[in-house]
Each structure stands twice: as C-alpha cells, then as structure tokens.
Design a protein around this ligand. Structure first.
Ligand code: ADP
Ligand code: MG
Length: 820
C-alpha cells in the first residue's frame, strides 16, 4: 500500500492560531469502538491543527475512510459549533444530506434537532441545530440573501470530486467569502473534502486560491485488489454480470459481492433475477424481501425516457402490510466477514469460460444448479433512504451479501464486507447539449478514475477481486481518464443569471475550479438577453449589460429563468396567478407522467385547453390530484397517482414547489392574497389563452414552425411534417404521445427537446404567430415597408400588412404578415 499520508504544513500567520477547545460528546461504547476503526481517526489531531491554522483545507481520502461522518464531529469537539455558529456540510445529493445527518446524530448521541438536514422543500433544522447537512444548491441560495454566510463558522464542501455544478460554484464563491469574513474579523473556515481524484483543480488553481491550501491525505488501509479483465467485452453486460455473480457465488469463498450496473431499471432487473436464482433460506426472510419489491414498485421512478410507458400501471391490489422502518442502525461489525484465504486460482478460473451463451437475454437464462441462498439488495439513489441503509447491516446467517448498485456505491456510500466487485464498465449519464439544451440519456463507458473507484470497493476488508466485464484494451483505449465536471457539459443560463443577481458582474472572471467555455457563457448570455433578463450589449460592445428590472424579478424565483419570467409577467394578473404558479410548478419537475400516452387519452382536451396542449394535461392532472389529496389525504393521492400513471414522488415535489412559490409571491405581493385552493377550477378559455402567451414569453428560444418539407442539403436528407427551430440546424418533431400529435399545428413552443434518433419536442403548446412580435420581439425584425417584397392591403382589417422576418439563430425565417 502506497504511503499516502502527507501533510503540507503552512506556517500560521501570526496571532491567527486558534486555541484548542474541547466540547465533550457522549458516545455509546459500541459507537466509539466502531469509530476507532476508521482510518481518519488517526488523523484527528493533524486535521484539527491544520484547520485551526489555515482558512482553507483540502481533505482527501478514499471512500469509507470516515470523512463525512467524522470531520464534522472533530469540528464540533473542537468548538466550532459554539458562539451561536453552526457547522455546515454540503452534499451534492439529497440522500446523502439526509442519511449522513442521521448517522452523525446517532454517532454523537444527539437528536435530529441538533444534527439536522436541509434540502429543497424539506428539513428538520431547529434553533438548537449545531451541525447542518444540506445540499449544495440550498447553500448557494442562502448565499444570495447573506453572502457572508454568517451563521456558519465552518463550511465543509463534501464530495467535491463529483464536480457537480453547484459544488464547483460554491467552492469558487466560498474562496471569496472566506476572504471577506477574514476582513470582517469573523473568520470562516472552508474545508473541501474529496476522494483522491483530480485535486489539482482545487489546489493548483491560483485564481481560486492564491496560495495553495494544505492537503491532508487520509490513508485508507486499502488491501490489494486483483483485477480480472474479460477476454472479450460483453455487449450484453447484464447477462454477463448475472453469470459472473452466479459463478462467484457458487465457486468462490465467502465475501460480499458488489455489482455495478448503470441505472435503476437494471438494478431492479438483476436483483429480481438473482433473488430467483438464490432464494433465501426461510419463509419469513423471503416475505420480507417480497414486501420490499412490492414497495419498490410503488416508488417506481423512471429516470430514462425509454422507460416511460413500459411500466405496468395497474399495481397489484394486494393487501399491503405496512412495514415500519425497523432497520436498526447498530454499528456494523466489519469483522463479520473475516477473510477466508481467497482461492486465487478459482478466482482466476472464472475469467476463462465466460464466452458461452453470449447475447442471451438475461430473463431466458437457466438457473444455476447449486443454489445456496444469497442476500440480494438493490442500491440506487432514488431508493428510500431507510432501504439504502440496509446495505450496512449484516446479512442473515449463512447468506452471502450481494448488492446491485448504480454508481452511487462508487463514492458516496461504503458497503461493508465487499470482497468481489463486478463492474460493467458503463455509466448512464443525462447529457444536455451545452449550447442547445437538447437532452439525451447515454449509457457510455465510465472513466478510468471511476473504474478504479469501483475496484477499490473490493479491498476494504481484505484482499479482493474486481471483475471487469470488458477487456483491458477497452480500458486503455476507450475509457477517458476522468468524467467531465458538470459545469462543462450543460447550459449555464440559470447560473449566469444567479451570479449577476449576486452582483458578480463579470461572470467570466468568476474563480471557477474549471471555467465553462466561452461558447457556453456566450450562449447563456444570448438566451438571457432574448428573455429580456439582461440589457443587450451596448453599441460597439460584445457582452451584454446588467440585469434588467425583469431580470432581477426573474432571479428571485427558485425556478429556471424562463419560468421565473412567466411568473414575473403574471404579477398584474391576479386571476391568472394561481394557474401560472401551478403551471410553473408542474413544468419544473421532470417526468411526472409514467405513461404520457395514457394521460393524453384520459384528458380529452377541447378548445383553448387543447391549444395549451401538453402543459394543459399536466395542469388538469395536478388539479385533480389536489382534489384527491384534499378529500382523502396522502392515501388518496397515492391511489390517484397509481390510477393515472403519475410519479408520486414527483407530484409531491410539485405540491411543495407550489407552496413555496405561493408563499414567496405573497411575501413580495401580499395584495395578491394568493393561495392554493383545491376547489379552483381549471383555467377557462381566456385564461388558457393568456397562459399560452405567457408560456411563449418564457420560451422565446423554444419556438418551432412546421415546414412541409425539411431539407438538409449537405446531408441529402428530407423530412415531412418536421418543425424548424431558431437554434438548431436539424428538424425537430412532435412526439407520438403529445396531445397535439393529431392537430399538427403550424406554430408551437416546446418545453424540452430530447433525442432518441430524431430530436423530439416535449411539452408542446400552440401559439399564434402574430403574438411573436409582442412576446418574442427579439426573434423578429420588421421589414421596412419600402423593402417589403409586396406590401399588401388586407381587405378584412383594412390595414397595411408587411412581412416580419425571423432573424434569430441559424434559420432566417419568414413570419406571417403583420399589420403596421
Ligand atoms: P467517507 O466520507 O470517507 O467516504 P463515511 O464517513 O461516509 O466515509 O463512512 C465511514 C464509515 O461509516 C464507513 O465504513 C461506512 O460504512 C460507515 N457508515 C456510514 N453511514 C452508516 C450508517 N448509516 N450505518 C452504518 N454505518 C455507516
Ligand atoms: Mg463521504
């Protein structure tokens, strides 16, 4: 094992050294014993000294070394949660914020009032909170109202290696806040915690930190892991994974198995298959697993577009025994998996005969002959957190543990007792074109760094084995070194606006750990100017001006800029406001419809509601679900969602967002007296019409015009019934499950584009082209009457009409004549 402990000491500035304080914590004996086994405990003193002496510290250590659970406790004991200040820990994932808060509270013998969490819409913080876990997005928002973040004495940015957009921005912002707080004489400590990956972006970036912060590396007691590449790369990695697990289980000595696949759907499929292959020993255990799978069905949450529509919508009407969360959080006994000397020969043998039956569907495969029981658990980020914590418990006696996971098990959660890792080598990413915002789900090769992380999971308790279901040639040639930070791979208009609102004028000069490209920033700027949120560039200048009053209003809403604009525009329309809030809420939460086609059939739309299109369907379902909730509570809501194939968790989130928006608007405009009224009827015709106009105002860059024949000359391709958009060269299409599929309107706006072979529009609404000059003037240029090819007198209106030309983006389109 490489000696990695290395502490760069920085000589403390004179007089800056903090005195050692000690705040006692009452831990149970067993908890204390479990803690003592963590590698980070050995570093407590040097960590605290380094933090006391430096404003910014980087702590790097392998997953499972104890960073997240222990460092906040060190700080607490070191007096950082006194004098009315709190210790803040940010996580990129909500689940981590919740589960880590409860774990730390438990370890310290404190309650959730003292060690609390805060995520969007939800939290259990109290006036006695001393340690607060939150998502990075929540802290970023808090910085808008209090840039100095004066509630906190220390901010720990955890999982910084994940390079989530908000984490990156936070680190940049905090690097400045630390300075400001120092100047104020109220110092703030910043601790960046990460797996040992790509630390240079944080440490060797002089724009971020002038003097590189000290790095503490925590030795992780990693045992050697033998890597076994497949001779040939499995295309059907699900079958390959299944076979590999069967072989490990039937042929190799004890030790947990951890399988990495790419998504929730795959996890469930493999879990089911493995449970069938290796059933549990006793009936009662079997029941408890079955109950799980029933519950899991309830929480079906497709993440992939291609999953929608395939899920059964008729949940079995079995009696559901309410099973309480009775998972006890006893400290894990890591010794229970005491190594039996690993039979390397047998392990190696597994590599040699996996070429048979390739390509066979996983469900058709034969069950193995030898069927010792196995304790198979799923793990993915949307799994309820009490179920996630089951992986920390000991499996029933004489059962091997097998966890089938997505890359959540790569770094954020550590599963004890794993000796074998089976890695499919792929990962699923939602990719959003960084300029156009067209989103796609890709299953792609994971990075070398991730593959190494996955491998490392097998060496926590003793020497382990990692089976990669791909060849070493693929590893060397296809896998990129690292995955891209989020900020480099998505549009940044929301970020741009928020920064402007925080008074950061030169967004490009912000100290990003890795700055977004010039191209991305320009695209964001163009979009915000189009929306009317930024002043257009003044004469002779290239970059846009400051925030407009509209932009300021938009930035105040906790939703995407275009939705913020819709709300801002509604302010004068008292009657319309509740509908607009509902509409924005329902459009802000992704993938509510598990079967969009079904919803279209059920909600027969007519007249203006039909013109409002897909958003009208969501609105109808939201109002109907609100009625169900008011009538029969949560149970009725859940039944309603089952019946209409709606994603329950998503609908609850919509509900919370609606409450939040309503109260924020009321705060600023009490005269509106906005409330959420379950008896509110759906918008009437004239309201639907106005909602369409407002949607247009927010979607100026998402207009599409039908063309009878779409030609891409250079590609020699032609399409019928395609739509042209201002930004894209390619045509876009109405998706098959749109409410407007039959109507095929001439002019539409869409909410989202996604690619599945062709680029499809999602969330389509009909607009009238002459609204464009009013609601999307930035798209239009009026041709001077004299240059008009044929100015014409309209006999109906007795007005002189002239052409309007669309000038935005790639296409130069002609808009219909308008009166002048
Ligand atoms: P790191 O942040 O360095 O990855 P953590 O602090 O998350 O490490 O985890 C330290 C140890 O605590 C790990 O061995 C992990 O298995 C254990 N652990 C974390 N959460 C729980 C929990 N809820 N129940 C039992 N053990 C846990
Ligand atoms: Mg951690």
């Amino acid at each position: 094992v490489e000696e990695v402990k290395q502490i760069k000491k920085v000589v403390p500035a004179e007089g800056k050294t903090q005195k050692a304080v000690f705040v006692p914590v009452n831990r149970s004996e067993s908890m204390q014993a479990a803690r003592m086994k963590l590698p980070i405990l050995a570093e407590e003193q040097s960590i605290m000294e380094t933090i006391n002496e430096n404003p910014v510290v980087v702590i790097a250590g392998e997953t499972g070394s104890g960073k997240t659970t222990q460092v906040p406790q060190f700080l607490y004991e070191g007096g950082y949660a006194s004098k009315g200040k709190m210790i803040c820990v940010t996580e990129p994932r909500r689940v981590a914020a919740i589960s880590m808060a409860s774990r730390v509270a438990e370890e310290m013998g404190l309650s959730s009032r003292e060690v609390s969490y805060l995520i969007r819409f939800e939290g259990n913080a109290s006036p006695s909170t001393r340690i607060l876990f939150m998502t990075d997005g929540v802290l970023l928002r808090e910085a808008r109202s209090d840039l100095l973040l004066s509630k906190y004495s220390v901010i720990i940015v955890d999982e910084a290696h994940e390079r989530s957009l908000f984490t990156d921005i936070l680190v940049g912002l905090l690097s400045r806040v630390v300075k400001l707080r120092q100047q104020k004489g109220d110092p703030l400590k910043l601790i960046v915690m990460s797996a040992t990956l790509r630390l240079e972006d944080f440490t060797e970036n002089t724009r971020l930190f002038k003097t590189p912060p000290p790095v503490i590396k925590v030795d992780s007691r990693q045992y050697p892991v033998n890597v076994h590449f497949a001779r040939e790369t499995a295309v059907d990695y699900m079958s390959a994974a299944y076979k590999k697990v069967c072989k490990i289980h039937t042929q190799l000595p004890d030790g947990g198995i951890l399988v990495f696949v790419t998504g929730q759907k795959e996890v469930k499929q493999l879990v089911q298959k493995l449970r069938k292959a290796f059933p549990l020993k006793t009936q009662s255990e079997l029941e408890s697993q079955e109950m799980d799978s029933e519950k899991e069905q309830e929480e079906k949450t497709p993440l992939e577009f291609d999953e929608i529509g395939r899920k059964g919508s008729n949940p079995k009407k079995k009696k559901k025994k309410k099973k309480k969360n009775n998972v006890s959080l006893e400290p894990v006994n890591l010794d229970s998996f005491a190594e039996s000397a690993l039979d390397d020969e047998a392990a190696d043998a597994l590599e040699c005969d996996d070429d048979d039956e390739d390509g066979m569907d996983i469900d058709d495969m034969e069950l193995p002959a030898l069927r010792q029981p196995m304790w198979v658990l799923p793990l993915y980020s949307l799994l309820p957190s009490y179920k996630q914590t089951r992986v920390f418990l000991q499996p029933p006696e004489s059962h091997r543990l097998c966890v089938v996971a997505t890359n959540i098990a790569e770094t954020s959660l550590t599963i004890p007792g794993v000796k074998y890792v089976v890695d499919c080598g792929r990962t699923k990413l939602r990719k959003c074109d960084k300029i156009t915002g067209v989103s796609t789900f890709h299953v792609d090769w994971t990075s070398k760094a991730s593959a190494e992380q996955r491998k490392g999971r097998a060496g926590r308790v003793g020497p382990g084995h990692c089976y990669r279901l791909y060849s070493s040639a693929v590893f060397n040639d296809k896998l990129p070194q690292f995955s891209e930070p989020d900020i480099l791979s998505r549009p940044v208009d929301d970020l741009f606006l928020q920064m402007k609102a925080m008074g950061i004028d030169k967004v490009i000069n912000f100290p990003y750990p890795k700055p977004p490209s010039q191209e991305q920033l320009e695209a964001a700027e163009v979009k915000l100017v189009l929306l009317g949120a930024l002043e257009p560039p003044s004469e002779g200048k290239k970059s846009a001006g400051g925030l407009t009053p509209l932009g300021k209003a938009i930035s105040g809403f906790p939703v995407a800029p275009r939705f913020g604009k819709m709300l801002a525009l509604c302010m004068q329309q008292k009657e319309l406001m509740p509908h607009a809030v509902a509409l924005v809420a329902v459009l802000s939460v992704e993938q509510l419809l598990l079967e969009p086609g079904k919803a279209v059939k059920e909600c027969a739309l007519h007249g203006q509601a039909l013109q409002l299109g897909d958003p009208a369907i969501l609105l109808r379902l939201l109002y109907a679900s609100g009625k169900a909730l008011a009538r029969g509570g949560e149970k009725a809501l859940s039944e309603f969602c089952d019946m209409h194939a709606l994603r329950l968790k998503g609908m609850k989130e919509v509900g919370k967002l609606r409450v939040q928006l309503t109260s924020e608007i009321n705060l600023a405009h009490p005269e509106l007296g906005l409330c959420i009224d379950p008896t509110l009827p759906p918008p009437n015709d004239s309201q639907c019409r106005m909602l369409r106009q407002i949607l247009l105002a927010g979607s100026v860059d998402q207009v599409a015009m039908k063309v009878d024949q779409f030609e891409l000359k250079e590609k020699k391709e032609k399409w019928k019934l395609a739509y042209r958009t201002p930004l894209l060269e390619q045509p876009v299409f109405l998706s098959g499950d749109s409410a407007l599929k039959k109507a095929k309107p001439q002019w539409v706006i869409f909410q989202e584009l996604f690619e599945t072979g062709k680029i499809m529009m999602r969330g389509v609404t009909v607009i009238e082209p002459d609204w464009l000059t009013t609601y999307a003037p930035s798209l239009c240029r009026l041709s001077p009457i004299l240059l008009d090819p044929a100015p014409r007198f309209d006999p109906r209106s007795h007005k002189l009409m002239c052409w309007v030309t669309g000038t935005f983006g790639k296409g130069n389109w002609e808009l219909p004549r308008m009166e002048i």
